[in-house]
Design a protein around this ligand. Structure first.
Ligand code: DGY
Length: 380
């Protein structure tokens, strides 16, 4: 039984599910209750330690939903397994905080929440791009502090991005969506790098270019770069969208920052450790016209020394997916993963079916279990 910092929903449920944070909306609670679960969810805002989560799991726990800020590795999967846990779902699409092998070895399916963060995260990357390029937080603070004496020809000069070049590193769902928003909205050329090139994105941009030509406008170009360096050198704004793993940790380091244009914008809505944050602080100090828009940090919730005083850096507290619709949809998917495993339902492997899980009735399946193949789970 968890303590005063936990709330209980459906106390008479036969299965016990621990959810480390209260999630938005109430559909997730209904989904779990319909799977006969008693749901115990944490109401503290601070990040819980591994020991605190293990204590909450306790001696008997059938399933858990955790957060991207928590380290779901050996210690927690062995606690969950010892408590009889049958399933874990991350309340996130990313799962770099999860040791999949540790879960798989114990036969624990790991769910995630893909497909519902795409537009929200891409929109946030666009917002950070322009907040940084047009210096909006700086100008906002200036006005509020009473310094504004009247319109000036030189006040807060920033960068115009229309018809320039947008760079994307990691052209999966979110990166591709951001690329389309920037190309279609601001008629930018696209240069992107991904270890798996995205021909669908390239075709989309070419079709858009054909449309522009038919309107009597100049075309836009798309280039699949042969390496990260090419993107950094060519682009006026670079947005990062790779998953975090050992190949992408400090992908943007001092050497690569030096390749970027002196007045470029770097946006990170992926994971903090993709950028060497200390090197970024030095780079932004040395290059006052360089700008960064960051939603994620290397050691969240902390920022590296010096970052919070830099005028040319715009920061947000990891809120790229924070629209009500997205966060409720993430809750629905995380709960559906757990409930489906309890009920012995198969796993959906078709990402295009994710929207069906937000409908009534939803498919009788788990929306997304990342180690389904390794565990040999039946698929839809
Ligand atoms: C995720 O789901 O991975 C996001 O970072 C949450 O915003």
């Amino acid at each position: 039984m968890t303590g005063k910092n936990w709330k209980v929903f459906n106390p008479s449920g036969a299965r016990r599910v621990v959810v480390t944070k209260a999630l938005p909306g109430d559909r997730w609670l209904d989904i779990l209750a319909r799977a006969d679960a008693r749901v115990e969810y944490g109401i503290e805002t601070r990040i819980l330690s591994v020991d605190e989560i293990a204590a909450a799991i306790g001696k008997r726990c059938d399933g858990a939903i955790g957060q991207l800020t928590e380290s779901w590795r050996e210690a927690l999967f062995s606690a969950l397994s010892a408590a009889g846990g049958a399933v874990y779902s991350n309340y996130a699409v990313g799962h770099d905080n999860v040791d999949l092998d540790a879960a798989t070895q114990r036969g624990i399916p790991v769910g995630n929440t893909p497909g519902v963060l795409t537009e929200a995260t891409a929109e946030m990357a666009v917002a950070l791009t322009f907040a940084a390029a047009r210096r909006i937080p700086e100008a906002d603070a200036y006005l509020r502090s009473g310094k504004y004496e009247g319109w000036l020809p030189t006040l807060f000069l920033g960068e115009m991005l229309s018809r320039k070049t947008v760079g994307v590193i990691g052209a999966g769902r979110i990166g591709a969506e951001y690329a389309k928003m920037m190309v279609e909205g601001f008629k930018m050329d696209l240069v992107y790098f991904d270890t798996n090139p995205n021909p669908a994105l390239e075709n989309h941009i070419r079709e858009f270019s054909t449309f522009l030509i038919a309107q009597g406008e100049a075309p836009v170009n798309v280039t699949c770069a042969s390496d990260v360096e090419e993107v950094l050198q060519q682009a006026d704004v670079v947005s990062l969208h790779p998953p975090l793993d050992e190949t992408t940790r400090h992908l943007v380091d001092e050497k690569r920052l030096d390749l970027m244009k002196k007045n470029a914008v770097l946006v990170n809505t992926a994971r903090g450790p993709v950028v060497d944050e200390a090197a970024l602080v030095v780079h932004c100090k040395k290059n006052p016209d360089f700008r960064a828009g960051l939603d994620v940090f290397e050691e969240e919730p902390e920022m590296k020394a010096g970052l919070n005083t830099l005028q040319n850096v715009v920061v947000a507290p990891h809120i790229a997916s924070a629209t009500r619709w997205t966060r409720e949809a993430m809750a629905t998917l995380a709960a559906s993963n757990v409930a489906a495993i309890f009920r012995g339902w198969p796993v959906s492997t078709d990402p295009s079916r994710i929207p069906e899980f937000l409908e009534h009735p939803a498919p009788r399946a788990a929306p997304s279990i990342v180690n389904a193949k390794e565990l040999g789970l039946p698929t839809l």
